[in-house]
Design a protein around this ligand. Sequence first.
Ligand SMILES: C[S@@+](CC[C@H](N)C(=O)[O-])C[C@H]1O[C@@H](n2cnc3c(N)ncnc32)[C@H](O)[C@@H]1O
Length: 990
Amino acid sequence: MLSTLMDKIGAHPKASSRPEATRASPTISTASHITADNDAASDPQSLSSSSTPPTSIGDGASISSTILKTEAISSAPATPAAEPRARSRRERTSVTTYNVKVLTGTAVHAPKKYCKNPDGTPVVYKKKERRKTISNDMLVGASGPANASTDSLDENNDRLIQDGIDALDLQWSVKKLSRSKKDVASGATKIKRELRKLQDTPEFAKIETEPIIHEVWSNGKLVVEERPRKKKKTEEPPQVEEPKPEQKKVNVKKEKIWHSKGIYAGQSGYLDIFKNMPKGTAHKEDYGAAEMKATRRSILPLPQGAGQHRFAGDAALSWRKVKKDLQDISKCVCDVEDGCDERCQNRTMLYECDDNNCNVGKAACGNRAFDELQERRKAGGKYRVGVEVLKTADRGYGVRSNRCFEANQIIVEYTGEIITEEECDRRMNHEYKNNECYYLMSFDQNMILDGTKGSIARFVNHSCKPNCRMVKWVVAGKPRMALFAGDNPIMTGDELTYDYNFDPFSAKNVQTCRCGSDNCRGVLGPKPKDQKPVKEAIKDAVKATKKYGKRKFKEVFGVGDTDDSDLAPSPKKRKIKVPTGLKRSQSSASMKMVAKDAVKSVRKSVSSQYLNARKVVTVKRETVTTTKTKTKETVKVNSMKTYGSRRSKVPSRRSSMKTMTTPGTPEKMLGGMTAATLTAPLDVLKTRLQSDFYQKQLAQSRLAKGISPHAHLNALQSGLLHFRETFQILGSVHRVEGWRALFKGLGPNLVGVVPARSINFFVVGNGKRILADYGNGGKENAWVVLCAAATAGVVTSTVTNPIWMIKTRLQLDKNVVEETGGAVKRTYKNSWDCIKQTVGKEGIRGLYKGMSASYLGVTESALQWVLYEEMKKALQKREERIVFTGKERSVWDNFISWTGSLTAAGGAKLVAALATYPHEVARTRLRQAPLENGHPKYTGLVQCFKLVFKEEGMVALYGGLTPHLLRTVPSAAIMFGIYEGVLKLLHAER
Ligand SMILES: C[S@@+](CC[C@H](N)C(=O)[O-])C[C@H]1O[C@@H](n2cnc3c(N)ncnc32)[C@H](O)[C@@H]1O
């Protein structure tokens, strides 16, 4: 405005050079306001023209913006006419002064017309006085002219002050202000202290202290730009930083402690199980010390997989990926109207439809259960998930629904870690060795699905009348397992169950079923076979399989193993428990084997293989009850105890393992002693045939009879001759020495068999565990078994060699028997005499003769153990195949089942003996210790082998093989047979 005015009056020297009019023009006007006050004396004209209160937005803004003022000031050079001289800082601060004047109504502009002397001449202020205060300006002025009309001046002053008060929006009136006319006249205006205080505040002056640096108006709108960054004070040349020595970051990972077992293992979210329980319902004894600690402290639930299986250990490496092109070989042929219903080939084959194999597309397809489940999970919420864990009265934990499910609707996926059998074994022996319940289920490709860190589905219990079923599907080429509602809908609160179709494999593993249904089978066992008629769906499936070649019929359903009630055939589920007690002595390999076979069979179907030692132990402890009801009651009490307290007196799996490896159980002893007694004559014969005395006698007899020596015969002839001679000697011993001679050395044999067998079992059993634990990461493989067996052989030989030494000498005693007047004179009267004579003549070392050969014989027992394990596995697999296929057991099957162990034991011994026999001959000769020219003939193991081979040929190194085989093979068979038989009897009773 000022500039415009100046333009008009021609006071602006370079009007044309002024920057183009913008919204900043009010700035200029403001600047004019600023100058107005201070230059009032020098330029009252300009002051009067520019001292109107702000009336426009621009003005207002200008008043309230110091920045604009600052800008205006800084832009002063562009409008030199508006600022004839440089203003001092002091002047700029006068803005406040101006505003106060305006506000109080004492501003110079307003009273100009009044500030005249009564004669009409303008009042001339003394500069010094004027600078005192605003009021003083007026007051000084007012007191100036002596002839002023005091009344009119008072009136004017009052009005001016009232104007100011009004401008301030204060609820004051001039009259109320304690100001007397006298005061006014004397220039001592008393403005309230508060008002005076306010005068110097920016708020009072409506000045915004917060700087608005960039304020741009465009098209009538305010555009606020971002504040520019502060400039660096001084721009320093970029410093070349010296490379710092790399500090290695030590990643100190805080190790979390997870629940590895119990209800919260694997669940998402930390829960305090006692928190929300009504008072009195949380019993510590129900949960066990570990769980209590875990929930009370910061132990977290195990991380739950995102609904997917996870590979653990080497499993991922061994997993065969299904080739995409193979699985997507064909699409279903459904119509949109069908919506992939029961007739959908994918559905029949338990393949979930997806974009690759579905003909109708997602919107119309009704065969995307896992997809539906995923959507539900994604949406989240307790009720969409729909399941929760409950604690049952007598079956441990269980799962119930907390929403309704339609018939056949997917409920929850069974997820967990996919592990190899070896890993499974390791976990069983290490991580879970103290656990009472295992959640291991046979899965696919010989792998095990370990649900311990898996989904809640692992808690689903068995029922003989289930409301759900567990089905394995192939989803996008991967096997997945889920619990589906049965043929009826499920209501909120129902406990979810499915038929485990549990195969206990052995009577001792049978668990009592407590499902409480009217058709309860009484035990957790397989479905009765007559309940499984072949269904139309299976036939369809067979057709479909043939047609589409996706999965073999057996792979999908298992042979004839379907549930009548199932629309989609229910695959067979199998549960196997840990063999306990002495059975364990067959090593955990048999458990592994069971798992393995189950897995293989389950490739056909779903197999659930829960290994539950707790129940086994419970069942084992039960007393024999005659009626089913009574059994149930007994079991209930026992198992409730077991469930009730994890610290119950019921032996844990660990203790059962101890039993398994403890030596000296009656079964073993009885087996070993019976075998030794029955085969004693063969043992005598073998020893004699191994000795050089008998070999010499036989050679002489052959010479006398004109029979060619073995060296001149072919293998067959030599074998036949060997047999004939063997049985001739057997007859002659009986004839010449009497039947008692056939049992020479039985005493030490019976004495020795107990410690020998016990030590062997003990060392093998514990050796395997120790070697696996400390040398093979907990895995028990063939090498572990071999090393354990070798160690057992060395220990057993060392401890028992004196016994066998005495036995051998007693058996060979015949060669020094002399007939003297009808009386039989023998070298040794009995075992004790033999010991005395041996120690007396040869010292204690005499008792350890032949020990080097015995050590060599360790190879035989090691080989025997390994072979036996392998054969047992093969037999077990056979058994499983029979059970899984559900075929009728033939006589042959039963025969194999009963004689399998005998055959395995005998077979293993046969092969091992044939492979290592020469050490037996060397051992007998070293123990026999014949003299030649008054010196021991055989001085060491190698010398013995060489000499026998040189003097008598290779055949002599196999002397006594026939009776040895005749004895050891049946002996091994009898021993294991009696051992297994006694076990069967004992457990059948239990
Ligand atoms: C996979 S677990 C199920 C969850 C288990 N109840 C728990 O507490 O962890 C399987 C075990 O639960 C027990 N169980 C399940 N259903 C049962 C039933 N109907 N009767 C008796 N015990 C059952 C058996 O001990 C079985 O070995």
